[in-house]
Design a protein around this ligand. Structure first.
Ligand SMILES: Cc1cc2nc3c(=O)[nH]c(=O)nc-3n(C[C@H](O)[C@H](O)[C@H](O)COP(=O)(O)O)c2cc1C
Length: 191
């Protein structure tokens, strides 16, 4: 598959078959992620792969975190749906930024500027992973609803660093239509 084809064919997949994804395939996807460009070639991405029996525990931890968020009077957005997708997807990869500790720190300007660069680098890594998965016929969902259980998931995953996102991966059990996009004209000014 050509790059432009993979870009055009990628969809957010929210239904997966039970078919497992081999560790070697996951490794290939992670390798594609690590080929992304990064500010100063810092390669700030770190990955934690959750699969098999650990999925139920992950979902339990996430739901407990969501309950705590709800108890603080906050809306849960689409997280109840996302946690269900993660529970049944054969693989979920959590993506961290190893340049920044996770929470409760007063960040310096340097941290914030550096963080913005590192988060862009990690976004590129995630997109590489998504496109590589599309190329291999796999489906993916980029998930930020993990933020509704941020502290709980970081603690369970044993990660002191900033959680950026999770990506659910599996064999697609749906073929969603392309979601609408703003036109190039709508989002571009030419000088
Ligand atoms: C940074 C980011 C966070 C996202 N978080 C979620 C999420 O938590 N749950 C979810 O169902 N979809 C999530 N999505 C998927 C978007 O809803 C999806 O990309 C968008 O609707 C466009 O659809 P498409 O990916 O099929 O083109 C996220 C996408 C991005 C890029």
């Amino acid at each position: 598959m050509q790059t432009l084809e993979a870009i055009a064919q990628r969809r957010s997949i929210r239904k997966f078959t039970d078919a497992p994804v081999a560790d070697e395939t996951i490794r290939e996807l992670l390798h594609a992620a690590t080929l992304a460009p990064s500010g100063k070639n810092r390669q700030p991405w770190r990955f934690v792969v959750v699969r098999g029996e650990k999925r139920a525990e992950m979902a339990q931890v996430m739901r407990a975190g969501m309950e705590a968020t709800k108890a603080h009077g906050q809306d849960l957005g689409s997280s109840p749906w996302s946690v269900q997708i993660m529970e049944y997807a054969p693989v979920t990869i959590f993506v961290f930024n190893d340049a920044l500790e996770s929470v409760d720190e007063p960040y310096s300007i340097y941290d914030l500027v550096g963080n913005s660069v590192d988060v862009q680098s990690i976004g590129a890594a995630i997109q590489n992973l998504l496109l590589a998965a599309t190329d291999m016929g796999l489906g993916t969902l980029w998930i930020c609803d993990v933020f509704y259980a941020y502290v709980e998931l970081c603690a369970w995953l044993g990660e002191p660093h900033q959680l950026i996102a999770a990506v659910a991966i599996g064999h697609p059990a749906e073929e969603p239509k392309a979601r609408p996009r703003k036109t190039v004209e709508e989002v571009t000014r030419w000088l």
